[in-house]
Design a protein around this ligand. Sequence first.
Ligand SMILES: NC(=O)c1ccc[n+]([C@@H]2O[C@H](COP(=O)([O-])OP(=O)(O)OC[C@H]3O[C@@H](n4cnc5c(N)ncnc54)[C@H](O)[C@@H]3O)[C@@H](O)[C@H]2O)c1
Length: 292
Amino acid sequence: MTDLLGYQGRTCVVTGAASGMARALTESLVELGADVYAIDRVASNVPGVTRSLVADLSDKASIDELFRALPDTFDAFFGVAGLAGVHTSFLDTFTVNFIANKYITDRYLVDRIAPGGSIAYVTSAGGLRWEFPEIRDELTPFTAPERSWDDLVDLTARFDEEHGGELAGFVGYMLSKRALNLLVAERVETFAAKKVRVNAVLPSMTATGMLGDFAEQRGGLDNLKAASTGPAGRLAEPGDMAKALVFLGSDLAGFISGVFLDVDYGMNALELAGINPMRTRWTFAQSLAKQS
Ligand SMILES: NC(=O)c1ccc[n+]([C@@H]2O[C@H](COP(=O)([O-])OP(=O)(O)OC[C@H]3O[C@@H](n4cnc5c(N)ncnc54)[C@H](O)[C@@H]3O)[C@@H](O)[C@H]2O)c1
């Protein structure tokens, strides 16, 4: 039978593999015959992986050590790890969700992904509307290729100060997901020149390790379910996101790059059609001024 997905014998790197979507993804990739390097801040313990590596994505030195331990080249990188921003600071949340992924992309993936390979990031439905010019203008300072890790940390601290200081972790979450979407779009040409595709998956609310944090932030699980259950009539499961990621990294998606895949069973479509209100159509300047 033709191997339409093409993972057999391919080398894949997955971040966040100890839990949730990335764990489900890692299990699927192992089943499909890939050699998987499972990365997390704790041991991933997924049976069948080639190697489980512990790395802290909030720490540049730990990322550098990680990339010394990974193969010189690999075929697919799935950047899934993230923080909900409910129990972490604005800076810590932004660092893991965005600064780490930008650093990995610009410092390592550019040279380490083999031609024909793929990068897929998990951003969020919370990062929708990044493409509107007035929203994008707030993000472009963060995505410039020349920005070093330290520059980005300084810039993030300044963003906090400019908006009154002590921004909540969840603001860091929204900023990070918007910025990562923009980064994907901006890097399409760089990676196309190397025959590498780069895409994003934007999940709706999913029953993973993060669900408790999101429920706490939204006044309990019942409130969260009422606000986040779309046409599917249920929250997403980790496997729903894993399947979309498996697809984007596979040969079936061989001509797909720069795509922002809403895995939300139509929730964003309802907003685009004007059937439901567009929830995230605000700039940080507008939204944070209102709160202060
Ligand atoms: N669950 C949702 O409703 C939802 C919705 C939209 C987007 N997302 C995004 O999906 C992605 C996957 O999250 P999940 O929902 O599977 O949650 P999860 O909490 O189950 O998994 C996140 C994983 O990231 C790892 N991680 C966190 N900080 C790290 C660090 N500093 N270094 C290394 N690993 C670290 C955690 O240990 C964990 O294994 C995240 O980027 C999240 O923002 C989740």
